[in-house]
Design a protein around this ligand. Structure first.
Ligand SMILES: [Mn+2]
Length: 350
């Protein structure tokens, strides 16, 4: 890595010296125990960025102990990855009070940490957030250091930039993990930007076999997920809002997968929820055309206000977002439709 390249990158990067700032916090606290938290049902981006981050921190400060934890553990596909890298993620309540530093990785709301979230209001140790989602104000409030880039498509790509800043070449397994996280969050690179491909080229130079890695991500869909997707199609309510095809549906689980399926079937925007004893969880997806033409950012413009409406939290990306809260699903859908009508009124029609 040439010095010139690094400088050019830093000029454009609003989080310059991210690794220096992280190490300053670590050294300042003389940290012994570092806790890395991933969101619920940790996806490959969360798991792989935690893995790479822990290797980087260990390299820079070998005497620290690192614990990676995720409430309810890792997703099914992430479990295959954990096995490959012989990595452990604890589902048990981590040692919040003993941790000297707490990282939140690929996680932008405390809601995504479930029951654990409330502990973060109480801890005295600094919290460092590394994420590629638009930061939630609540999270900003408790974070001692916020390293976020919502122009980057995965947390793994941010972690790679930290390796670069530190002038450290990731070992092959770390390069593989970074590749997996990037591939997953960009939907096998269909959402990748030029910067992602540049990083991928560097990772393959470090020995990553791209085809082998992509194969790892192609986990077969299990029967319950298939049924949830099909049920979501059967229960779907189709509406047109200023020409856009907006669909609503509900399933007991796999809301995100169901919403993706409805987009594949032909919806511009799919909103899929579940309601259990007044607890509501909603996943929403839009196609790229919807975002490009309307500029409606699902995380910011729809999930966030809907989260507030449900006395919970919502957030996410431009075309993929989620909401957790309480209430009833029918009024949540009505409220979502109202927001959309309001926002789409002045947008170009399809
Ligand atoms: Mn991610």
């Amino acid at each position: 890595m040439s010095l010139k390249n690094n400088r050019a990158d830093e000029g454009m990067n609003k989080n310059i010296y991210g690794i220096t700032r992280i190490m300053n916090v670590l050294e300042g606290r003389n940290a012994r125990l570092v806790l890395i938290l991933c969101h619920q049902n940790a996806d490959p981006d969360a798991v792989c960025s935690s893995y790479a981050l822990s290797k980087l921190l260990k390299h820079l400060k070998p005497d620290i102990e690192i614990e990676v934890a995720s409430p309810e553990g890792a997703s099914k596909i992430s479990k295959t990855i954990l096995e490959r890298f012989r990595m452990k993620i604890t589902e048990e309540m981590p040692r919040f009070s003993e941790a000297d530093i707490i990282f939140m990785v690929d996680t932008n709301t405390l809601q995504q940490l479930g029951e654990w979230g409330k502990h973060l209001y109480e801890v005295s140790s600094p919290i460092i957030v590394i994420d590629h989602h638009a930061p939630h104000p609540e999270t900003e409030k408790i974070a001692a250091l916020n390293i976020f880039r919502d122009d980057i498509s995965s947390t793994c790509e941010i972690i790679y930039s930290l390796f670069r800043e530190a002038g450290i070449k990731p070992p092959k397994e770390v390069a593989e993990a970074l590749f997996l996280g990037m591939a997953f969050d960009t939907k096998h690179f269909t959402l990748a930007s030029a910067s992602t491909f540049k990083v991928v080229a560097e990772l393959t130079d470090l020995g990553v076999d791209a085809q082998e890695m992509l194969h790892l991500l192609a986990a077969p869909m299990d029967i319950s997920e298939r049924i949830a997707r099909l049920k979501a199609c059967r229960r779907m309510r189709l509406t047109r809002i200023y020409g856009w095809i907006v669909v609503f549906s509900h399933v007991g689980s796999f809301q995100a997968s169901a919403a993706r399926a409805l987009i594949d079937v032909g919806a511009n925007l799919a909103i899929v929820g579940s309601e259990e004893k007044g607890e509501i969880s909603i996943s929403m997806r839009s196609d790229q055309e919807f975002y490009n033409k309307t500029g409606i950012h699902l995380g910011r413009d729809l999930a966030a206000p809907l989260g507030e409406f449900l006395h919970g939290m919502g957030g996410g990306h431009s075309t993929s977002a989620g909401v957790n809260g309480t209430g009833d699903l029918e009024s949540a859908f009505k409220y979502a439709a109202r927001i959309l009508r309001e926002k789409l009124k002045n947008c170009p029609r399809i």
